[in-house]
Design a protein around this ligand. Sequence first.
Ligand SMILES: NC(=O)c1ccc[n+]([C@@H]2O[C@H](COP(=O)([O-])OP(=O)(O)OC[C@H]3O[C@@H](n4cnc5c(N)ncnc54)[C@H](OP(=O)(O)O)[C@@H]3O)[C@@H](O)[C@H]2O)c1
Length: 229
Amino acid sequence: MPTVLITGANRGLGLEFVRQYAADGWTVHACCRSPDAAKELKAIKGAIMIHALDVADRASVKALAKALKSTAIDVLINNAGVYGGERDRQTFGKVDDGSWDATLRANALGPLMITEALIDNVVRGGPKIIACVTSKMGSMADNRSGGAYIYRASKAALNAVVVSLALDLKARGVTVIAFHPGWVQTDMGGRGAPITPKVSVAGMRAVITAARPADSGKFLNYNAATIPW
Ligand SMILES: NC(=O)c1ccc[n+]([C@@H]2O[C@H](COP(=O)([O-])OP(=O)(O)OC[C@H]3O[C@@H](n4cnc5c(N)ncnc54)[C@H](OP(=O)(O)O)[C@@H]3O)[C@@H](O)[C@H]2O)c1
């Protein structure tokens, strides 16, 4: 069966990705910061290997790559992300510069470091897909409400990373996609969000299954619609 690696796998969208891929019989490398505390993740049945990973920590990324040395990864999902501190510390005049660096590091540098560290594993895989869960909040064209400076900047940076990865990895047959998962009921999205993790993840999985090299460098909604950069 195919193999998928998922970051931020202990809750929210990452946990749902694990549930759905494991239920379909995939081998799942589920990565999270604190495996010991990941009760819901550990309760999922299937071929699941849990790894400790802090996406913002280069040593942690390197240790994961070492552990996975010759493992082929068919689909790599860079899902882990943070909002970047309190919402009212992201408004004009109140931006928390302490959160800025950490958020950019986790949301944009993290997926790049992981991709660099695991690229040989992905190239060894079949479909060679890298999916990065970004946000419409990182779109320039879609920004009609302003604010959210830290989160928007971090996802815009991730979007730039995705486009460069798509170009740089084309010759190696790797397809790199940026996803907007929708506004989803998770700790980050809140209870008032209109979409369940189940629907969002099922949609992204369908897009991943159908993805071809010509889709590399696209910014897609969970329902396959194109999002303007
Ligand atoms: N929910 C939405 O409406 C929405 C909309 C647009 C985009 N997104 C994006 O979707 C992705 C998943 O979000 P979510 O809604 O599932 O959020 P969530 O419920 O807050 O979960 C975030 C996940 O990321 C992990 N994480 C954060 N920083 C990490 C780090 N440095 N190293 C490893 N793991 C880290 C968290 O682990 P810990 O438990 O250790 O903190 C957690 O597993 C994020 O990239 C988010 O920006 C979400």
